[in-house]
Design a protein around this ligand. Structure first.
Ligand code: SF4
Ligand code: SF4
Length: 96
């Protein structure tokens, strides 16, 4: 199994998006979900003047995944998720 703990945010987002598209990188490139918080970062690159920081984009995605109920993000048990390590934002990395 891949050591997800060691992936940085950019790679984690890219891999998350690839999973979201069933492993098809071309579909990630052509994603039309412009309202997804990860959209700008989906290809693993830093956009020019992003709307959200990477941390906030991940946090938003996790909130969306959890019905915008913050305790469910904290208590997420899906450790295999590529965003898991960063789900609480940069400040909480040490608690994971
Ligand atoms: S930007 Fe959002 S909808 Fe598009 S591939 Fe990534 S996670 Fe999926
Ligand atoms: S880490 Fe948990 S809350 Fe965040 S996207 Fe993954 S499964 Fe959802």
């Amino acid at each position: 199994m891949e050591e997800k703990k060691r992936l940085n945010r950019s790679i984690s987002i890219r891999k998350y998006c690839t999973e979201c598209c069933g492993g098809n990188r071309e579909e990630v490139k052509n994603c039309i979900s412009v309202n997804c918080s990860l959209y700008e970062y989906r290809r693993g690159k830093n956009p020019n003047k992003p709307k959200l920081t990477k941390s906030k984009a991940i946090r938003q995605r996790c909130l969306n995944c959890s019905g915008f109920y913050s305790p469910d993000v904290r208590n997420c048990e899906f450790k295999e998720c590529y965003l898991y390590r960063y789900r609480m934002g940069a400040e909480n990395r040490g608690k994971i």
